[in-house]
Design a protein around this ligand. Sequence first.
Ligand SMILES: Nc1ncnc2c1ncn2[C@@H]1O[C@H](COP(=O)(O)OP(=O)(O)OP(=O)(O)O)[C@@H](O)[C@H]1O
Ligand SMILES: [Mg+2]
Length: 292
Amino acid sequence: MAATVTAFMNQKGGVGKTTTTVNVGAIVANEHGRRVLLVDLDPQGNLSDHLGIDPNAIEDSVYNVLIDRTDPRVVIRRVHGLEVLPANLDLSGAAMELAPAGDRILRLREALSGLADQYDHIMIDCPPGLGLLTVSGLVAAGNVVVAMQAEYLAMRGISQLMHTVGMVAEAANPGLAIAGVVFCGFDGRTTLAREVKAEVEQFFPGMVYRTAVRKNVRLAEAPSRGLPINIYDPGCAGAADYRDVAAEFLERSGDVDRVEVEMERDILAETPVPPDAGDGRGTWQRRPQWGE
Ligand SMILES: Nc1ncnc2c1ncn2[C@@H]1O[C@H](COP(=O)(O)OP(=O)(O)OP(=O)(O)O)[C@@H](O)[C@H]1O
Ligand SMILES: [Mg+2]
């Protein structure tokens, strides 16, 4: 089965895109046993850094995949039970270098399409802004998950974001859809946070994740140790919240059904053929009747 490809995006900076991509990806890989590829599409290299890959120490990165069409398989690193296509500052020049290329917005999609059967989930951490890199991420993805904070003017950013997603869908990727909104650094004690969340829920019915990720200092510390939260501090509130978000991510990706179907198939395969009771049904299937 081909991987689901999800772009974690928001043109606004510092809202939790990278934290969400890293921790959902790590939990889906480590605790649900899925094959996960994380794509760092940000010249800041925060996702790579967060997972212990020093962006300054890598030779090849997603930049080479986009510019030189380097095979992503030689660039991908395996860390903490998942795989990462890393990025560094080289990527900041990619938009300029790709300007003359007619296929510039398709390059990432082409590179990832060759990997689709090797993973269950490919998650793209988009940079802030709505430039070529974010658009490349949206062209490569099937779904968008918006990471956002419950703050004043949040809705204004959302309509701009919707406009971009709509334009990309129309021009290059008709299947693209916003599949979820995750609130990050949420403080449910403030009226403003609750009001903004309610407003977004009204605007995107059914799309806001049930769990809002609370502010948790352990989430802010984990990148400095190069670890996802489930390894850095598996018992903290941040790990609990991202566990819920990861489970909901699988549910919303339709992955849970797939697992249940696989489990059902395994159980059926392991169940011995019932002895024939003579009436065409196995005796083991016969339920006790009233009075027996
Ligand atoms: N729930 C949280 N609690 C506490 N700190 C958080 C939480 N989520 C994210 N942070 C911290 O907030 C900062 C911004 O988060 P993050 O890097 O995930 O945002 P981003 O949207 O990817 O930013 P950018 O737009 O720069 O790529 C980071 O220092 C991160 O560790
Ligand atoms: Mg980021």
